[in-house]
Design a protein around this ligand. Sequence first.
Ligand code: SF4
Length: 599
Amino acid sequence: MSHFGYHGHYLRIDLETEQVTRVSLGTEVLRRYLGGSGLGTHLLLRENAAIHDSLAPEAALVFAFSPLVGSPLTTSAKFAVVSKSPLTDRINDSLASSGFAMAGKQSGCDALVLVGRARQNSVLLLDDGRFELLPVQGLAGQGTQQTERMLQKQLGNDWQIASIGPAGENLVRYATISHAGRHAGRGGAGAVMGAKNLKAIAVRGSQRVTWADGDRLNAYAKDLALRSVGPETAKYRELGTASNVLAFNRLHALPTRNFQQGSFAAADQLAPETLAVNRVTDRSYCSACTIGCEHRYSLEEDPATDGESVRLEYENVFALGPLCGIEDAHAVLKASQMCDQYGLDTVSTGGTIAFAMECVQRGLLDVSWLKFGDSEALWRAIDLIAERREIGDQLAEGSRRMAGWVGQDSLAFAPQVKGLEIPGYEPRALQTMALGFAVGTRGADHNRSGAYEVDFSERVDRRNLQNESAALAIETEDKAALMDSLILCKFLRGVFQDFYQEAAHILQLITGWDVTSSELKSNAAHIVSAKKLFNIRAGWHPKEDTLPARFFDESLDDDRQTKISRSKLDELIESYNQLRGWTQDGYLSSQQERELECD
Ligand code: SF4
């Protein structure tokens, strides 16, 4: 069957037997799950991936493309990596950008489902749909960018490569899969790939899909590109996401020293406004993007040097700076660069190190050098994590598992939900976000729940949970599920007056379907329920939908008014579940389960 916008099938590759199966995807499935995170979740459910250990050969690792990839739409060159997370043992969907998404789709499929384990450390080649496994030669232990460079030299520049670094090879539970300096970062997809004995995946192809109404799509894409450089994205273009540092600091929302404080005295030293004064800066773009939110800073503080530069995002600054008490911008930039090269998620790296630093501060862990504010200690810990040496072997497990090893009630201040380290949004200062963290299927996550937007609006009092919070958190979570399935960059979201309406228009032009905004709203909720079904099959329990005890029991040192009410959060979680049509304690209704099983 031919489809506009899609190839209409995925490739299932068994790495052990080296068998490739081409499996058709019907219109009903594509229309419901779209692509990216949605399609990836559906394929994991088909594989019954929830019941396997995430690092076992039977585990499935899905690379899902989307109907928009390869189109002229700005920010559409993205792919999703979906699997069971080795960090949370729940569903994990991470997104990354650029040439790999376009070449992967042009290699002739809508998704790749990888199962089994290659017999030796290998590179998977997909050349216009033809599959081959090459033994890794000289790549073991190489960093992510070096791996890409070496493989492109060997194979040719028309190949696009996604790879893991030493962290993925050593099965660090929060290792990334990286491509062109971008990372499918959270949740440990890199360890899943490492467990499959895959160092890299290289793709190229010439199989372009066609669009239902190419002329109108081009006209719409031009208009969207113009709007994408308007005031709604100015923040990302001018300073990038790191512009949050000073704003969050003012609101006591900048997690500091493992969430002991919500503001950091040296925040201005790490803010892009300061970094830009003495460093060479540069801006870069994902493929097919008109916004260009990526800001790079030279590692050295010398405007005359033409040395290395590092991409800096708010999450890197927060996690490797204030969270670990680090004031020195050079230390944060270098730590960020180390994480990129090793293939480590910066949020979980910083979160787990900060947790260990607090354990040392409290006398629960005898690693005297691991102190808040010590740059050398930060770098040393990152090296040890990637190599899984000494204390690094425990740190590589993430803060929840490490708390199990440290014991003595340290779980109360391990900065995680469902095992995923909390990103740079202090839950006590942003309480709708706190609800979003607690219920998130991926764990504590600002990309799958944009509830912080509600906190920053006039709609709620951000320092108190309110009854409206449940519905508002659902609104942002559903919107994110749709954006991650279409896939469009979230930094575009402010550009749409009515996102669902425009998304329906886009899909009509791409696919020719008579899709409506209400259908897309229902699909978005269905995708969130599909993720929940995965988690239920993986052993989810209602008790997981909560926050670490610290956030209920301790106020911020620098904002003594602010705690989260445990009873109010529990009440709102019940409302959230009911509004989703789930049972009060968060299981799917039997009708929802039947519907998902029939897909
Ligand atoms: S806005 Fe930033 S993250 Fe989004 S596609 Fe553009 S460069 Fe990439």
